[in-house]
Design a protein around this ligand. Structure first.
Ligand code: SF4
Length: 435
């Protein structure tokens, strides 16, 4: 087992392949692909520029809507969104939009093409808490509009779920780092290793002169399964495996810190994208067998189809309509099996390790260290429509998964873009009153 195990799977287009693919696009007058994109990227527009070899123009069009195209081009569920809506898709000849977006973004990064004219940062000072997709989007959008933005991140590297939650073979960390460098080049400041709620509070930030604060901290607390035996050794969170495998793939920790031993029989409870990522990571770490256990049917699973199919191809097995009712342990207190209800009655399934992937919820470190920010019963931050994304505390905004529950990267970005517009309106209005 070595780190090459995590090498990115999907090959990029060559220039010729990308231009040939772009030439197939019909440049539709009423493009259905654009309707399928949550952030309404001008897809025919950038593909048309690419078809003529105008990489910089293609990138400028993408930049109008997306701050993270190299990432979206890799991890978006294209078959459900743009690509799935392309008029040529029904004939089995849909344009490979995600791969084209990724090609342009990578080309731009490698050649350092774009020279944006950035405004002076005079419109106000904004703090962004969290550097995942929502935080980076708000920061990028506001910096482009003339705001002075500082991101506060609790980890030592920026990127949040992009850095620690999505495996290297789907999203190489180098790509994330390069995309973040581009956000930095817009004039965004980063303060790392700073846990808001511990080292600094929301009130401190206002004292330091920030006009508005954005909370984009996602859902950091994984949920546990409330059945007997839940505290046995060998039952761990999938997010922990993904984090450790991610830093192992970057040579930051040794192999034995990754909690999968070679040859182990691994069971994963849950069937969303995190479960697929954990399953495929366990395969790469040399698990003897990997089985996903899901209480509903194949048709109900929340995972993206393409991820499911890749998992099947890699040998991951599935137990459908199987609900875990107990974890069984050996004399040393380590998990050895699950007991579950199945369509054929109650059964025992032996496993050496169990990974939980049944969802996550927000941590309350920030809201519990300040006043006036209300959350709902599950801990999600309550926001208003006017100004869009403002919490129950004046000047504090929130967006992405911490408001809308766990979703895809692009949906977190879409929500964050709307909040960025709300923040801009709010700060402008406050400045006007102060003048
Ligand atoms: Fe091109 Fe397909 Fe979009 Fe039409 S729907 S503009 S063919 S990508």
């Amino acid at each position: 087992m070595n780190n090459n195990t995590f090498k990115e799977i999907n090959e990029s287009f060559t220039i010729k392949e990308a231009i040939d693919e772009a030439k197939r696009c019909l440049n539709c007058k009423n493009p259905s692909c654009k309707k399928g994109c949550p952030i309404e990227n001008d897809i025919p527009g950038f593909i048309h520029q690419l078809s003529m070899g105008n990489m910089g123009d293609a990138m400028a069009i993408i930049n109008e809507k997306s701050n993270l195209p190299a990432i979206c081009g890799r991890v978006c569920p294209h078959e459900k969104q743009c690509q799935g809506h392309c008029v040529l898709y029904a004939k089995g000849k849909g344009i490979q939009i995600g791969k084209l977006e990724r090609f342009i973004a990578d080309f731009d990064t490698d050649m350092n093409l774009i020279r944006e004219r950035l405004p002076q940062k005079t419109r106000g000072k904004v703090a962004v808490i969290g550097s995942g997709p929502a935080g980076l989007t708000v920061a990028g959008d506001l910096a482009r509009q003339g705001f002075n933005v500082t991101i506060f991140e609790g980890q030592s590297e920026p990127g949040g779920v992009l850095m620690y939650g999505i495996p290297e073979y789907r999203l190489p960390k180098e790509v994330v780092n390069k995309e973040i460098k581009k956000i930095e080049a817009l004039g965004v400041n980063f303060i790392m290793n700073c846990l808001v709620g511990q080292q600094i509070t929301i009130d401190d930030m206002f004292d330091q002169g920030y006009d508005a604060i954005f909370i984009g901290t996602g859902t950091a607390l994984p949920k546990s399964l409330d059945v007997p035996g839940g505290t046995l050794r060998g039952i761990i969170q999938s997010s922990y495996l993904l984090h450790m495998a991610s830093i192992y793939s970057q040579n930051i920790v040794p192999r034995d810190m990754v909690p999968i031993n070679e040859g182990e029989k691994v069971g994963i409870i849950g069937c969303g994208n995190v479960a697929m990522d954990a399953a495929r990571t366990a395969v790469r770490m040399g698990a003897g067998s990997v089985t996903i256990i899901y209480h509903r049917t194949e048709a109900d699973m929340p995972a993206i189809q393409s991820e499911y199919q890749e998992a099947v191809k890699e040998g991951v097995q599935f137990l459908w309509q199987t609900s875990t009712i107990e974890f069984l342990g050996n004399e040393e207190g380590k998990v050895r099996a699950i007991r579950a209800t199945t369509p054929d009655g109650e059964k025992e399934f032996p496993f050496d390790r169990i990974l939980l992937a049944i969802g996550s919820r927000p941590a309350n470190r920030i809201v519990s260290t300040t006043t006036g920010i209300e959350v709902d019963d599950a801990g999600y931050v309550i926001v208003k429509d006017r100004p869009y994304g403002m919490t129950t505390r004046r000047g504090v905004f929130a967006g992405g998964d911490v408001v809308h529950r766990p979703h895809t990267v692009v949906l977190a970005m879409k929500a964050a873009k709307e909040v960025a517009a709300g923040i801009a309106q709010y700060v402008d209005a406050v400045k006007l009153l102060e003048a």
